[in-house]
Design a binder for this molecule. Structure first.
Ligand SMILES: [Zn+2]
Length: 139
C-alpha cells in the first residue's frame, strides 16, 4: 500500500494549480481538505470547471475576495456541486451558471445535449452514446 497524500488527476491538478485564487496553493492533503480528492466527477465536466475557475479567479481579483476558497468539487445525485466559502453574489451566480451548464453536459465525454439518468441506480448526467456504452456489460 502506498500512502497517497492526494487523489487529484493530472488534468484536475493542472486546473487547480493554474488558479490559486480559487483553490489555494499545493499541497492539498487529504488530512486538511476535500480538494485532495480533486474533482470527484467525470472528466467531461473538466472544461466547464476550468472556465468556471478562470471566471471565479477574475471575480476574486476584481472584488478583492481574499478569503474566497473552493472547498469541494464533486458530482452528487447526478449534478455538479462546487462548494466554496468567502464568495459574494457574483461568485454564487457564476457557480450556479456552471451547475446549470453541467446539467446539460455529458459528465463522461463533455458533449451536449445530455441529461440526468439512473444507470443501474447510479445517477449521472450523460449523453445517449455514453449511456449506451456504460450500460453495455463488459465480458
Ligand atoms: Zn457522453
Amino acid at each position: 500500500m502506498t500512502d497517497k497524500d492526494h487523489y487529484i488527476t493530472d488534468e484536475a491538478l493542472r486546473i487547480m494549480e493554474r488558479f490559486p485564487e480559487v483553490y489555494g496553493r499545493p499541497p492539498w492533503s487529504v488530512k486538511k481538505t476535500s480538494l485532495a480528492w480533486g474533482f470527484s466527477c467525470g472528466d467531461g465536466w473538466y472544461p466547464l470547471i476550468a472556465r468556471l475557475s478562470a471566471d471565479l479567479a477574475a471575480i476574486v481579483r476584481e472584488d478583492g475576495l481574499t478569503r474566497f476558497r473552493a472547498q469541494q468539487v464533486k458530482q452528487k445525485l447526478g449534478g455538479l456541486r462546487f462548494y466554496a466559502r468567502g464568495g459574494n453574489d457574483r461568485t454564487t451566480g457564476r457557480i450556479a451558471q456552471a451547475q446549470m451548464e453541467a446539467a446539460r453536459t455529458c459528465e463522461h465525454c463533455g458533449t451536449q445535449p445530455a441529461e440526468k439518468r439512473s444507470l443501474g441506480g447510479w445517477l449521472t448526467t450523460t449523453c445517449d452514446a455514453c449511456a449506451d456504452r456504460l450500460l453495455t456489460p463488459r465480458t
